[in-house]
Design a protein around this ligand. Structure first.
Ligand code: SAH
Ligand code: AVI
Length: 328
């Protein structure tokens, strides 16, 4: 990183509303019973966040550049409607697309402050410093925590918040999880707040398949990173390279399903609790789902959580949606 752009950033830990399972709890529950699965949030240590940033630039991974182009087009309209005093961004990552919203803020003389909320502290600091360098008027108040632990302690610094949840990350929740999450978000929001939700849309399976099976193998590395996180945090000895990345589109559920498949039998030892996990060749761990919406299924999800849709912006092909909604 260029040290010339290191600026002070306030980084506050958001207290949990409720206890969330520890990594060990999730591993014990998710890997020692079948079907094996892990929550997607564990991808995102510093290396995982860097790998995701690389994914965003892959030719096959259309969501980022599509949402970015759409935001470049519609940010003026979003800011004119929302006139936010604060932009709160959930799962903000590198905050690259936020640039369009902040540019529109400057244009509309609406100098909002920015509160990115992410589970990865390293990206919060890096992204915040970059944006403060680009927008010298910007106040960044980074929020570190797990949005799955509840939003009751998320600070409300103003009456007009634009709560952005971009990138299609809502698709990484099951239908029940997204309903619970959006309902909780609705309860946090005041009458003048707006939600800006980015969601990926159903499209040709070959295009979806390519986006999660890039030729350079970056998505495979990102997928395997969860095993590296478990090795480091729980003293486990997954032989990471012996797990194949396998991602497929399930048209019945309208979701990408990402797996790690054991290429040979392995006994995985965990220093914690002296646990031993036995996997046979072909055993699979589902590491992520990524739901793809129709216009109608996306709007129904937003409405069912207590929002009214103010604008639905759609990209040109490949399809991607940004929904601007207000609490009803
Ligand atoms: N919004 C960005 C990044 C998407 S990647 C974009 O559109 O490019 C998903 C982001 O959500 C990552 O930065 C990850 O660290 C964060 N994240 C995942 N699970 C989280 C959780 N439970 N709580 C807070 N942040 C989370
Ligand atoms: C963060 N999220 C929206 C990405 C997605 O497309 O579901 C994560 C990802 N997984 C593999 N590639 C990208």
């Amino acid at each position: 990183m260029n040290t010339a752009i290191r600026l002070p950033i306030v980084c506050e830990a958001v207290a949990a509303t409720r206890a969330v399972p520890s990594l060990w709890d999730d591993v014990a529950r998710g890997l020692f019973t079948t079907p094996r699965q892990l929550p997607a949030k564990y991808f995102y240590d510093e290396r995982g966040s860097q790998l995701f940033d690389q994914i965003c630039n892959l030719p096959e991974y259309y969501p980022t550049r599509t949402e970015n182009a759409l935001l470049a087009e519609v940010s003026d309209d979003i800011i004119a409607r929302a006139r936010p005093a604060t932009i709160i961004e959930l799962g903000s990552g590198m905050s690259r697309k936020t640039h369009h919203l902040l540019k529109a803020c400057a244009k509309h003389d609406c100098h909002a402050s920015y509160a990115p909320f992410d589970v990865c502290d390293e990206v919060l600091l890096l992204a915040g410093a970059r944006l403060m360098h680009e927008f010298p008027w910007l106040k960044v108040h980074a929020l570190s925590g797990d949005y799955g632990a509840g939003l009751d302690h998320l600070p409300r610094r103003s009456e007009r918040n634009l709560v952005a949840f971009l990138g299609g990350t809502i698709g990484n929740f099951t239908a029940a999880e997204s309903h619970a999450f959006l309902t909780e978000l609705r309860a946090f929001m005041g009458p003048d707040d707006r939600l800006l939700l980015g969601a990926d849309r159903v499209k040709r399976p070959d295009m979806l398949h390519a986006a999660y099976n890039d030729c350079a193998g970056v998505t495979a590395e990102f997928n395997r990173n969860v095993l590296r996180v478990i090795n480091r945090e729980l003293g486990a000895d997954f032989d990471v390279e012996r797990y194949a990345h396998y991602a497929l589109f399930n048209p019945v559920e309208s979701q990408i399903e990402m797996h790690l498949v054991a290429m040979r039998a392995q006994r995985v030892k965990f220093a914690i609790n002296d646990a031993l996990l036995e996997l046979v060749e072909g055993d699979s761990i589902r590491t992520e789902i990524s739901r793809k919406f129709t216009r109608a299924s996306l709007e129904a999800m937003v409405r069912d959580a207590g929002f009214a849709i103010e604008q639905h912006y759609e990209s040109r092909a490949p399809a991607f949606s940004l929904v601007l909604a207000r609490p009803t």
